[in-house]
Ligand binder design. Sequence first.
Ligand code: ADP
Length: 551
Amino acid sequence: MFGLMQQRPRLVSSLITHAARHHATAEVVSKTVEGPVHRYSYADAERRARRLVRALQRLGVGQQDRVGTLAWNGFRHFELYYATAGMGAIGHTINPRLFPDQIAYIINHAGDRVLFADTSFAKLVETLAPRIAGSVGAVVMMTDAAHLPELSLPAGMALHCFEDLMAAADEDYEWPEFDETTASALCYTSGTTGQPRGVLYSHRSTVLHAMTIALPDVMGLRAADRVMPVVPMFHVNAWGIPYAAPMIGAPLVFPGPHLAGEPLQTLMNEERVTFAAGVPTIWMGLLQHLRTSGARLDTVERLVIGGSACPRMLMEAFSDEYGVRVDHAWGMTEMSPVGTFNAPKATNADVEGEEGMRRRMKQGRAVFGVDMKIVGADGRELPWDGTSFGDLYVRGPWVCSAYFREEPDGLSHDEEGWFRTGDVATIDADGYMEITDRSKDVIKSGGEWISSIALENIAVAHPDVAEAAVVASHHPVWDERPLLIVVPKPGCRPEPEELLRHFEGKVAKWWIPDGAVIVEELPHTATGKLLKMALRDRYREHYLPDSGAAE
Ligand code: ADP
């Protein structure tokens, strides 16, 4: 027997129609590429998204066609999110910080028919154009006629101006209803560990994810908040915030390309932002600006940090010096992205001091909808004791079941369908997960595992160290041994021996790296993460007898 409740599909368009109807005057504010602040309401945004569908149709975009975007966080990008998904097409956000070769690969792999780009990417579009001409038939610059740059594109690739297309389009479109499992958006992994892979979200997964991230023990969004996604809309849909904020009716404040400390702080105060989300690097920049300028954050109550591990000092500094709570979250492109969020439970909410901090530094506990398990080298599930660490697997309705246009390779999922995250983690008795490493970065010494992240955290606590990486290097006896690579702070010249002594008493003796090298800088990925693959390749033979560097 079926329940007798209405069957309404969970469609992305319902998020913006809800906002337009029930939060019609709530603002969407954008600091534009051109500089001025643009503001309008959810009702305006919804109307323009419908108009944009008509413009997309004119460009030949139909059901399930892919529409690429190279764009910052702003109102036109927001309209594209809703126009593409709402009409049953697929918005494909592209990370402009990737190498042009990778971007061209991604666009061709996705089969984008039209490419929308902010004017700041005009040169990049010119570079890409000859390589994507087989797929992309039209480029739309996301600006008005007055700011339209000159572009030389290959024959057959049309150039359009966003606002001209909008002016020529009608507003008569009505959002259609279709199956909620229809694909809605596409995002490629940043390729930290290989070729970028496409993750194809559905309407159902997107709406369910949005409902979850708004919950009190996750981002805790309220209509009275003013929400700033600093995390880019090309980075896993800005963690779902452009969907969750309209659902809640919370005004949105988009920072555009202005992501340095000073412009962020100014916009936050001017627009009375209460909540913002982004990666650690962004908040480091903001903190530095606050400290050097003496400026304050007038209205910000909460920051969410994810994408890589939140440094302890960031959590402490924002809370102690600026009264801003910092919460730690974990996820990945393949998970829409949120998997865990670190919120207290009744049993630990009052625990302060070192123990409380230890708990808050973890990546958090699973949100409803996501289940997790950790698995040891023998394939067996490990206990939740906070110390056993193994490969982290997840499952849930917003976790990817396969990659776009790839045959299942049997590696990304286990036989029960759990997704292999590629992270190595512990889970404690209260269900808090802590990442100890990326599985490719774990150092396997004599059959035992050593966490590179644990060692890096100790290294960066040394007063002379600005940044540190620990990678596996081949060893004739132990198979692999940890090697410490350090970028010193300006003006500091630490001795390798002294850096290694710094580990004594903090980890088991056999965890201590066998050597340390000092470098001027470390390689990073397009999303600001350490590029361990490059370091591993470079220092693979450091400990081997004929490498000339063995200790
Ligand atoms: P990629 O996997 O290509 O780097 P993602 O943006 O999907 O791109 O990154 C997901 C990965 O980022 C996770 O698997 C994890 O290793 C790392 N990550 C995300 N959030 C955190 C966090 N809070 N702490 C530590 N690592 C994190």
